[in-house]
Design a binder for this molecule. Structure first.
Ligand SMILES: O=P(O)(O)O[C@@H]1C[C@H](O)[C@@H](CO)O1
Length: 304
């Protein structure tokens, strides 16, 4: 039920205030935003002219509570392109509403960002995937959304986007093609796949029966993030790229003895972050090759 109490804590005015706060403190005007998944904060290593804001210092921003999520917004340049990195994201299981979880995406939109690259760590359900592989997300299943945990529930603010956004093309086909070309050029093709990501709320990892169900439903990997951010990004007309690092194989078999844990997820992420960074650096340098979309969803058209 929608009441004042559970109404959106991130109104357009809240977003505007945060955006103006940031724009008045940085000269960077990024067109690309990158969300770093668990253990993937190292993706900012190649950024020059860095300017970092701790989340706790930014008005209205949530703070990171999960190990492997540093909690900083990093502005800078990669190959001359202005970008902004979320070094650490927010999750439903931390107790944040999905409105808070996705708040930074709307800030990026209001700052003038056009493309968002969302990364995550996930468990591989597809039996062909190996630990350390990269999955280019081609589609997702919003499992919490089926149960009403959805970032767009509540009054719709048309300044961000339309009431009933289409999600059949949430992950830009052109950006996916660009990344597949880049990974081929880098010689990574053997461990890069396209696939479907399924979001669960977490924080527990899946039971065997749940994992089997997700696999039958068509999920190639499972994780606890990304989908709300992508949904809000698509709602406000951002171009989306999603990259998932397969940090563990999800067990579909009761005889499987290995037990997944967050430390292992972080360890694999850190091991493979360099590879993902090479992909993203080239992607940032070349993303202008893909035409900017005609943003028909969002009437708030430019940075302030
Ligand atoms: O932020 P992401 O989706 O990369 O984090 C994954 C999902 C959980 O937060 C955590 C489990 O180890 O990693």
């Amino acid at each position: 039920m929608h009441t004042e109490e559970n109404s959106c804590c991130c109104s357009f005015d809240d977003c505007k205030l945060t955006t103006e706060w940031l724009l008045s403190r940085t000269r960077h005007r990024p067109k690309i935003a990158i969300v770093c998944g668990s253990g993937l904060g190292l993706l900012t290593d190649s950024v020059s002219n860095k300017q970092t804001f701790r989340y706790e210092d930014i008005p209205n921003f949530p703070v990171s509570t999960v190990p492997g999520h540093e909690g900083s917004l990093v502005f800078g340049q990669i190959k001359g392109k202005s970008c902004v990195f979320m070094q650490g994201r927010f999750h439903l299981y931390e107790g944040y509403s999905l409105c808070k979880v996705t708040f930074p995406v709307r800030i990026f939109k209001l700052m003038g960002v056009e493309t968002i690259a969302v990364t995550n760590a996930s468990g591989g359900l597809c039996q062909d995937f190996k630990v350390g592989d990269i999955m280019v997300i081609k589609d997702h299943i919003n499992l919490p959304g089926f149960a009403g945990q959805h970032p767009l529930c509540g009054p719709n603010d048309e300044r961000f986007g339309i009431r009933f956004p289409c999600m059949s093309d949430a992950y830009s086909k052109d950006l996916r093609k660009l990344v597949l070309d880049i990974t081929a050029e880098l010689g990574y093709s053997n461990f890069v796949h396209e696939g479907v990501y399924c979001m669960v709320s977490g924080p527990n990892f899946e039971t065997i029966a749940e994992a089997r169900m997700l696999h039958i439903l068509g999920s190639d990997s499972v994780g606890m993030s990304t989908v709300p951010e992508v949904t809000v990004a698509k709602h406000c007309g951002l171009r989306v790229l999603g990259l998932s690092l397969i940090t563990n194989k999800v067990s579909l078999d009761y005889s499987h003895e290995e037990k997944v844990n967050h430390e292992e997820v972080l360890q694999i992420s850190k091991m493979r972050a360099e590879m993902l960074k090479n992909v993203l650096v080239t992607f940032i340098a070349r993303s202008h090759q893909v035409e900017t979309i005609n943003n028909s969803n969002c009437i708030y058209s430019n940075a302030m």
